[in-house]
Every structure is written in C-alpha cells, then in structure tokens.
Design a protein around this ligand. Structure first.
Ligand SMILES: [Zn+2]
Ligand SMILES: [Zn+2]
Length: 111
C-alpha cells in the first residue's frame, strides 16, 4: 500500500490523528503523490486547491520526530555502559544533549 501523508499535520495512513477516540479520515488524497489533507486539517484544503503540495512545518516535524527518537535510542544503546546507563565519552554525551534538545523542540512544535 502507498502510504499517504497529510500536508497539514503529517499524520499518515498508519498514524492517524485521534480526537476523542475517533481517527481522522481523508478530505482529499492523491495516492500517487502519497499526500492529502486529513479531516483534522480542514484549513489546508484551500492551500491544496491552490496547487500547493508542500508539507507544513508541523507535518515535517511530525515525520522527523520518530527518526530523532530512534537516533537517540540507538546512541544510548550503543554508547552507554550496560546496566548503568552511563555514557563515558564526552562527545557521545554532547551528541545526546543535542538530540534531547531537538526532541524537546520537535515535541513542542507538534503540540
Ligand atoms: Zn492533518
Ligand atoms: Zn490526521
């Protein structure tokens, strides 16, 4: 299946927005491009009809968030002393701080 992503919020067929237990649906979708506008982003329909297909900043950040999370976990797993969680290398610690900062900013941006 070709997964489509909402240009407004970055949700996709596998990660729908959920409001009061109800998942979003597609208002518009172009399966060939793998893009659309979901029911939580009715304000994006106008942009879509103007021919714009660029992801909004929020949508981009939502897509990037799991990648940053995975990077962070990988760093901790590969660089920490087993059992202690301590990271001996100062460069690795600096990298972890950098990822933590990006995670914080990204989570703030998709709120
Ligand atoms: Zn959306
Ligand atoms: Zn959605």
């Amino acid at each position: 299946m070709n997964v489509s992503t909402c240009i407004g919020c970055g949700c996709d067929d596998l990660h729908a927005c959920v409001d009061d237990g109800v998942p979003c649906s597609w208002l518009i979708k172009d399966p060939h491009l793998g893009l659309g506008v979901c029911s939580m982003c009715p304000g994006e329909v106008r942009r879509w009809h103007k021919g714009e297909r660029k992801l909004a900043v929020k949508a981009l950040v939502r897509q990037a968030l799991p990648i940053i999370e995975a990077d962070r976990e990988m760093l901790i797993r590969s660089c920490s002393v087993p059992g202690t969680g301590r990271i001996p290398d100062p460069d690795d610690r600096a990298e972890l701080r950098r990822l933590d900062r990006w995670l914080r900013l990204a989570r703030e941006a998709v709120k």
